[in-house]
Design a protein around this ligand. Structure first.
Ligand code: HEC
Length: 260
């Protein structure tokens, strides 16, 4: 039952784990799909206003304490709760792997896959507790309400500075206006890169508010001239942290003829 739980569009069954292998596969598969118009799929944008973050106290200390002996017994053989050592679940590896994901995704991953290969072998509540411990080990504050699948769904994992800078090679989607700059194609008025689990268009892309970013599109294999000035949804891998050097394009779709 919990298995079927999904958060909006960016939960893919299986692994939310970092996308190293996938990155390579994707770069190879870099294919450009053009011209899709998704008018019929349009839906209202998801309301992010009510979303909470991991800084809002989304687990209790009692929970994390309860998980400590379980962790020692069932997890510590392969993981540490610090940034160093084998299988680190705290510090930079945690932020690289989970920034912009939800706590529910982390919980689902742990519950269905851990301890290694024996998912769901522990009581459901124990998995909640273990995720509480992982959050605490990352310096995130405890609160008054226990972490549970229902409460974790809308809790976003973001660094404290709110920078949201995603690591290089993260699979993301960006929506913006297609323009030329020298020999490059770029997106102007673009949204901030949003982490996704699969390439392609989101139904909300045709109408979502645009941003102020400019993104260079790298490795575009197809002529885009016919789409200049139109609203495009692009998915691909960030080149450099936060996409400072652009986006290695996997898919590019027109989602509206006018832009912005
Ligand atoms: C026998 C070794 C082993 C045990 C025991 C184990 N894990 Fe893992 N765990 C792994 C491996 C290997 C991965 C990476 C899987 C991948 O990337 O596909 C992983 C990945 C993870 C991740 C995702 C983070 C990342 O770096 O990909 C979390 C969170 C996690 N484990 C938590 C736990 C918890 C909690 C327990 C105890 C209930 C546990 N693991 C027990 C081997 C183990």
């Amino acid at each position: 039952m919990l298995q079927a739980r999904r958060t909006t569009n960016w939960r893919l069954a299986g692994l939310p784990a970092p996308s190293r292998g996938r990155a390579a596969a994707l770069a190879l598969a870099s294919a450009v799909l053009l011209g899709a118009v998704f008018g019929t799929l349009m839906t209202a944008p998801v309301g992010f206003a009510q979303e909470r973050s991991v800084w809002d106290g989304v687990y209790t200390d009692v929970q994390a304490d309860r998980a400590a002996p379980v962790f020692s017994q069932s997890c510590a053989g392969c993981h540490t709760l610090s940034p160093d050592g084998e299988g680190p679940l705290a510090g930079q590896p945690f932020w690289d792997g989970y920034t912009q994901r939800t706590v529910a995704e982390l919980l689902t991953y742990v519950r269905t896959n851990m301890p290694n290969g024996s998912g769901n072998s522990l009581p459901a509540a124990t998995y909640n507790d273990l995720v509480a411990l992982i959050l605490r080990s990352n310096g995130l504050p405890a609160g008054k309400t226990e972490l549970a699948p229902e409460t974790a769904a809308a809790v976003r994992i973001v660094p404290k500075d709110g920078s949201d800078t995603l690591p290089a090679n993260t699979l993301v989607r960006v929506v913006g206006c297609l323009a030329r700059k020298g020999s490059d194609w770029i997106l102007t008025s673009a949204t901030a890169p949003e982490r996704v689990d699969k390439t392609g268009v989101d139904p909300a892309d045709a109408t979502r508010p645009l941003g102020q970013h400019t993104t260079t599109l790298k490795f575009v294999l197809t002529r885009l001239d016919a789409f200049a000035g139109q609203r495009m949804s692009v998915s691909g891998l960030l080149v450099g942290a936060g996409g400072v050097d652009g986006l290695n394009v996997a898919t590019i779709n027109r989602v509206a003829e006018t832009c912005p």
